[in-house]
Ligand binder design. Sequence first.
Ligand SMILES: [Zn+2]
Ligand SMILES: [Zn+2]
Length: 356
Amino acid sequence: MRADGARSSIMIPTSMRAARLDPDLAVSVAEMPVPTVGAGELLVRTRACGICSGDVMGWYMQKKAPLVFGHEPAGEVAAVGPEVEGFRPGDRVFVHHHAPCFACELCARGEFVQCAEWRAGRIVPGGMAEYFLVPPSNVRGDTLHLPDGVSFADATLIEPVACTVKSLRRAGLSGGERIAIVGLGIMGQLHVLLARHAGARQVIGLDRVPFRLAHARTLGADVVIDVDREVPIEAVRDCTGGALADVVIVGPGSIEAMELGLTLAGRGATIVLFTASKPDERLSVQPYDLYFREIRLVPSYSCGPNDTRDALALVAARVVTAEHVVTHEFPLADVATAYRTASDPSVTLKTIVTFP
Ligand SMILES: [Zn+2]
Ligand SMILES: [Zn+2]
C-alpha cells in the first residue's frame, strides 16, 4: 500500500453538482469544486442518498442553512488518502455522517452520540453531492463495506434503520412486548418492521394518514388505529385486553404526539421520545402517575457505530430493504421535486435521490 499520496482508479472531475438548501427551504442544484482528499480521508462518489425526516423539518434545517443537505449516502470510494487502510478505489460503502472518537469517557460508556467528536465531525459538503469527503474519524469509525446483495438504494436505509435499532434497544424491547408506535412515517414503519422481527407480541400503529396505516399493516402491524376516527387510548385498551402498551414509540417531535404517547403507556412501560421538540417547548407530565406506574421516559437521538453495524446486518439479511419502504426515487437533477415530495407526508414514506 502506498502512503505517499492519494490513490484513485477513476478520473475525478474538478467540479461537481450538489443540492443546496437555502434558509427559505428552497432547494437547487449548485456547481462546486470536488473536495481534495487528504491524509486519513476518503473521497466517495455518491450513488444514492436518502432524504431524512430531519432534512424536511423546517425549524431544524433553517438553523443550519445554507448547506448541502443529506446524511444518508452510499457510494463508491473514488480516492483514498495517504495513511488509510482497508479501503480501495471502487469499494462500495456506507458512510455514517458522524463518528465518535472511541477514546473519551462517553464513548467508553457507549454514549457515542454524546461524544464531542461525533457532534463536531461530518462529511463534506454533505450527502446530496456527486462526491463527498469522509473525515479520518468517520473513515476509521463508521464507514462500512457493502456486501454484494446490498444495493445502493438499500444502503441509504442503514442510517435510519440504525436509529430504529437504537430506539428499540433503549426501549428494552426483547420480544414478547406489546408495542404502540405513534406516527407511521418512514421511521414509524421501520419500527413496525423491526419490532415484528424482534418478536414483539403485538405491534400497534397509530397515524391519521390512511396510506400509512395500510402500509404498516403490510409490514406486520397487528392493529392500526386512525387517531382521527377512533379514541386512541380506548382503541389501545381494547386491543391489549386493558393493559395498554409495554413500549410506546413517539415518532413525531410534537408535544401533541408526546402527550398521546403518555396516555398509551401501561404499567412499567417505556416511552421512547424519538424526535426532538422545538427548543422552547415544554411537555408536562404527572410525576405521581409516572412514579406509581413506573413509566420510563427515554429519549433516543440518532445512532452510533454499534447501531450502524447491526443495521447493515439487518439490511444484508433482507429484513429491511428499499422495497419495503422506498416510495419515490429521483435523479439529482430533480432534487427540488424530491425535496417537495419528501415534505408531503400524505404521499411519501421514503424518498431517495440517485446519482447515476
Ligand atoms: Zn436520517
Ligand atoms: Zn468519544
